[in-house]
Design a protein around this ligand. Structure first.
Ligand SMILES: [Zn+2]
Length: 297
């Protein structure tokens, strides 16, 4: 998906954060295994997974940031097309602008923006210490979506051609968890109670579906950030969604496929969930929890 070169945004609820020392990874969000899935999708060698996920977590890049000036170099959509941090930053505007309209219309809930935090190697969060091995995740207690830029550096080093699209899909997925937090349903997810039909999987599939809703609406409105999605971009998004399926990750990591241990859903489930949102643009199509509370609008 491509930003219109001349669009411009500034401000917003975003910051950069880095460093802070060593610590334990926290769980949650899109799941650390996502990184494995994306890495494999992008052509990585499974033998190098440890290298990708392990990283050097002792490196301290910088102190906490207030956010002022962190994105001054992200002036236009062309900048967003050219660099990871600007792409993540501009994607957050695109996703926020869609939910500002859509969430009140379809769910009767006011949308408030989460914080977008980009970090390198490690950072302190409201959900504990996050490191490179944590992967992108959403922390409900501080309503903050965290993305590790070093992971995207690594993806590129390994020749990741689909990295930009995967990044945007991940942002839309994590912001989907924020929407679930506003809906009061995110807490239903429990990774300690996994399985193909578990609430954990339903919540993850719904976040994929919400990412599909964003892809559906991303080129709409008076000043859209994105050009209309092309057929090949849609295929890439579906490939990204299916690559991070639990069955695919289990298989490609050399293990058995065990649906009882799934927390995010199979490749087919994730692809179908993204498409359900993309084809309709409606939250009602993502009602995997069977709540029946959405209006089509
Ligand atoms: Zn998730």
């Amino acid at each position: 998906m491509t930003f219109r070169d001349d669009v411009t945004r500034s401000g917003g609820n975003a910051r950069k954060s880095g460093g802070g020392g060593r610590g334990m990874a926290v769980g949650g969000g899109i799941g650390g295994l996502l990184l494995v899935g994306l890495f494999l999708l992008l052509g990585g060698n499974p033998a190098e997974i440890d290298q990708v996920l392990g990283g050097d977590q002792t490196q301290i890049e910088s102190g906490e940031s207030t956010g002022a000036g962190d994105f001054d170099h992200c002036q236009t959509g062309a900048d967003a097309n050219a660099s990871d941090d600007c792409r993540l930053y501009y994607t957050s505007f695109s996703v926020n602008e869609m939910w500002q309209t859509l969430l009140p219309a379809q769910a009767g809930i006011e949308y408030t923006e989460p914080t977008l935090t980009l970090f390198k190697n490690s950072t302190q969060t409201g959900c504990g210490f996050a490191s490179a091995s944590t992967g992108p995740f959403y922390c409900p207690s501080d309503q903050d979506a965290y993305f590790d830029l070093t992971f995207f550096d690594q993806m590129r080093q390994f020749g990741a051609e689909n990295a930009p699209l995967a990044q945007m899909y991940i942002v839309a997925h994590e912001y989907g968890h924020h929407v679930q937090n506003l809906e009061g349903t995110l807490g239903l997810s429990n990774y300690n109670d996994p399985g193909a039909d578990s609430n954990a999987v339903k919540i993850e599939l719904q976040a994929d579906c919400y990412a599909g809703i964003w892809a559906n609406h991303s080129s709409e409105g008076p000043d859209p950030l994105l050009q209309p999605i092309t057929e090949s971009e849609l295929d890439s998004a579906l490939l990204a969604a299916s690559a991070v399926g639990d069955d695919n990750i289990q298989q490609r990591s050399g293990g058995d496929v065990n649906p009882e241990s799934w927390t995010h859903g199979s490749s087919q489930q994730r692809k179908d969930a993204f498409l359900a949102g993309y084809n309709t643009g409606q939250m009602s199509a993502c009602d995997f929890l069977g709540r029946g509370v959405y209006n089509d609008a």
